[in-house]
Write a protein that binds this ligand. Sequence first.
Ligand code: NI
Length: 155
Amino acid sequence: MAILNILTEGDETLRKTSRKVEIINSRIHTLLDDMRETLIESGGVGLAAPQVGVLRRVVLVDNGEEILELINPEILETSGIQEDREGCLSCPNKWGIVKRPMKVKLRALDRFGKSQIYTATGLTARCFCHECDHLDGTLFLDKVERMLTPEELED
Ligand code: NI
């Protein structure tokens, strides 16, 4: 496994649309493994392949119990609304208030190519939306209600 370099805001790759994964081969498995190591090292809760320079529809989400590997994720249903602080490994030291659905139902392939359904609320639901946005070149900065000031970040 390897720790990958995380691209930061301003890098064009973050603004591109990622392609679907057609075949889950050893390269995708290596990508998942490397992204997992990179996510753990970063201390973040989610990571999308374009953030490590790979324009494929692959994301990882740490739901607090395990790191979910989501290939070709699709949001099927959302409900409710939550407004809370959000940041991104690609936008270091920036935090803002972003509105997201409170509950999200998502379908994705796992590393064995099996279709799985995940339902999440709160932070994990937020993370599902945030990471899926990365696959379409969207950053939380595009959706932010307002950015937090350094004083607000202290609490
Ligand atoms: Ni992000």
